[in-house]
Design a protein around this ligand. Structure first.
Ligand code: SAM
Length: 276
């Protein structure tokens, strides 16, 4: 089923009918304007031969837009109050929408969708957005894209370049494994309730990376943690537990540089040369 050949009440009516008051503890800022959710579905691209993994469908605004566009959606939602609302959407799109009640931090997309390509699309609960992203980055198997709403400040960190304040662990891990773009911003007014900050939709496309390089992930995490845990320090000091000053020099790195001056390639070089 696609297009407008379904009939559901407006999102606002649904939220009022079920008395769904947003819970801060669950990072709930709902999108009730279908123009906005359709825009996100549109930038997420083509839904042929993929299943969408949506985290936190809530009252289902983004889910509806995805289903309208012809997507198959498997969603994980932690808030039991949303399930009845989502069941109505399921009834309107039979066979296209599965809801799993649970915690997205404990359910990988690959487990939720055992076969085929996966697109992750979500208006993320801000309190666990980066934790979810780090988990997804650690296993990108079968994931063809991630189209995600973050707080703008987090979005800027994901795509930040070296020698900027926003460049850090998250920038390195994300850009090492994916091509990333910030597609558009949404003002707080687009959400109910309105958050304090602007949000951005980011799209990440996993890069084709040699499995032997992917195996460096735990080491990349460890090195970036040391380097940016003390980002104002020179790497000869912040990376001392892992590299001697002479080893840094031997690798062609300036021991007096600070973490933010190192490129992603520099971090990969470090990960390849750390002593076990
Ligand atoms: N997608 C809806 C929309 O755009 O209106 C809701 C987005 S709201 C920012 C985040 C959603 O994630 C809420 O529905 C919330 O209940 C859900 N959520 C929060 N923590 C979760 C978790 N650990 N696992 C799954 N869903 C979660």
């Amino acid at each position: 089923m696609s297009g407008s050949d379904y009939s559901l009440p407006s999102l606002r009516e649904v939220v009022d009918h079920y008395g769904l008051l947003a819970k801060k503890s669950l990072g709930q800022n709902f999108l009730l304007n279908m123009d906005v959710t359709r825009r996100i579905a549109k930038v997420a691209g083509n839904f042929t031969d993929v299943t969408v993994f949506e985290v936190g469908p809530g009252p289902g605004g983004l889910t509806r837009a995805l289903l309208e566009a012809g997507a198959r959606v498997v969603a994980v939602e932690r808030d039991h109050r949303c399930l009845e609302i989502l069941a109505d959407i399921q009834a309107a799109f039979p066979g296209f929408f599965e809801v799993i009640e649970g915690d997205a931090l404990k359910l990988s997309p690959q487990l939720a969708i055992p076969k085929g390509n996966i697109k992750i699309i979500a208006n993320l609960p801000y309190n666990i957005g980066t934790a979810l992203l780090i988990q997804w980055l650690s296993n990108l198997d079968r994931i063809s894209s991630l189209t995600l709403m973050f707080q703008k400040e987090v979005a800027l960190r994901l795509i930040a370049k070296p020698r900027t304040k926003a460049y850090g662990r998250l920038s390195i891990l994300t850009q090492w494994l994916c091509e990333g773009k910030r597609l558009f911003d949404l003002s707080p007014k687009a959400f109910t309730p309105a958050p304090k900050v602007t949000s951005s939709v980011v799209q990440l496309i996993p890069k084709l990376i040699d499995p032997s390089e992917k195996a460096l992930l735990p080491m990349m995490e460890r090195i970036t943690q040391h380097a940016f845990g003390q980002r104002r320090k020179m790497i000869r000091s912040s990376l001392k537990p892992l590299f001697s000053e002479s080893k840094l020099t031997e690798l062609g790195l300036n021991p007096c540089a600070r973490a933010e001056e190192l490129s992603i390639a520099d971090f990969v070089l470090l990960a390849k040369n750390v002593s076990p």
